[in-house]
Design a binder for this molecule. Structure first.
Ligand code: ZN
Ligand code: FE
Length: 255
C-alpha cells in the first residue's frame, strides 16, 4: 500500500504535510505552523498522529507543536544541530541518518542556507522530499543564516534526487517566484507552460505544492544557476554556478 500524502494549508501561506501508512497506522506531520487545521485534517480521516518531523526552527514551522501533541504519544524528530532552539526532540537527527515510518525509510539531508540547522526528509520508496524553506516551488528560501555557497550546495544535493520526486516545500510563494523567473530571461516553453498551470491553480484556490523535481530542474531559476542559457540572460556567461546562484538570490531579495 502506498504512503498517503495530504497537503494542509496553515496560517497565511504555510503548508504542513500529513503522511499516513495504512498498514502500520503510522501518521506523521511535517512541520506544525499551527495546530487547528492539522488536527482537523487528522480527524477527518480518523488518523492518530504518531510522529512529527521538523525541518527548521522558525516559528511558522513549529509554533503549533505543543498544542498539537498535548496528551498524545507522539515522537518529535528534528535536527540535532538545532536541538537548542527547536521544541523538545525525542529523536535528534543529522545528515545521512535514516529512520522508518512504517516500512517507509526516511533519509535525512542537511540543507543549510535559510537557517544553518535546516534539514530535509527524503522518502525514496514514496518519491517524496520535504524541503521546508530550502528548495521551494520555483524558488528557494531567503538566506537568513547561511551563505549563498551553503544554499547552493544544499540545492545541488536536492537536485540530485530522482527526477520524479515530489518536492513538498513549506510555503505558497510560487506565483511571486514565477514572476521573478519570468523577469530574468525570454520565457522557454517549459516556463510558459508552468506559469499558466500556476495561475490556473491559484485562481481555483488550489496549492501549487508539491511540485515535481523534474519541473523544478526545468523552470526554477535557483536550480538553473548552472544553465548556460540563464547565465547568458543575466550577463554572467563566464561566472561560476555558485556565483550565479548568489546573484540570483540577491536579485530576488529586492525583486
Ligand atoms: Zn523559515
Ligand atoms: Fe517559513
Amino acid at each position: 500500500m502506498p504512503l498517503e500524502l495530504v497537503t494542509v494549508p496553515c496560517l497565511k501561506d504555510n503548508y504542513a504535510f500529513l503522511l499516513h501508512d495504512p498498514v502500520s497506522r503510522t501518521t506523521a506531520v511535517v512541520d506544525v505552523p499551527e495546530a487547528p487545521p492539522i488536527r482537523a485534517a487528522l480527524a477527518a480521516r480518523g488518523w492518530q498522529l504518531t510522529h512529527v518531523l521538523l525541518t527548521h526552527h522558525h516559528w511558522d514551522h513549529v509554533d503549533g507543536l505543543t498544542d498539537l501533541i498535548a496528551g498524545g504519544d507522539v515522537r518529535v524528530i528534528g535536527a540535532a544541530a538545532d536541538a537548542h532552539r527547536l521544541p523538545v526532540l525525542d529523536q535528534k537527527v543529522e545528515d545521512g541518518d535514516t529512520f522508518f515510518l512504517g516500512k517507509f525509510e526516511v533519509r535525512v539531508i542537511d540543507v543549510p542556507g535559510h537557517t544553518v540547522g535546516h534539514i530535509a526528509y527524503h522518502i525514496p520508496s514514496a518519491a517524496l522530499a520535504f524541503t521546508g524553506d530550502s528548495l521551494m516551488a520555483m524558488g528557494c528560501g531567503r538566506l537568513f543564516e547561511g551563505t549563498p555557497g551553503q544554499m547552493w550546495a544544499s540545492l545541488c544535493k536536492l537536485a540530485a534526487l530522482p527526477r520524479n520526486t515530489q518536492i513538498c516545500s513549506g510555503h505558497e510563494y510560487t506565483m511571486s517566484n514565477a514572476r521573478f523567473a519570468q523577469s530574468l530571461e525570454d520565457m522557454s516553453p517549459a516556463l510558459i507552460f508552468r506559469l499558466d498551470a500556476i495561475a490556473r491553480a491559484r485562481e481555483a484556490g488550489l496549492p501549487t505544492v508539491p511540485s515535481l523535481l523534474s519541473e523544478e530542474l526545468a523552470t526554477n531559476p535557483f536550480l538553473r544557476a548552472g544553465d548556460p542559457v540563464l547565465k547568458a540572460a543575466i550577463g554572467m556567461a563566464d561566472a561560476s554556478d555558485a556565483a550565479v546562484f548568489a546573484e540570483l538570490r540577491k536579485r530576488k531579495d529586492s525583486f
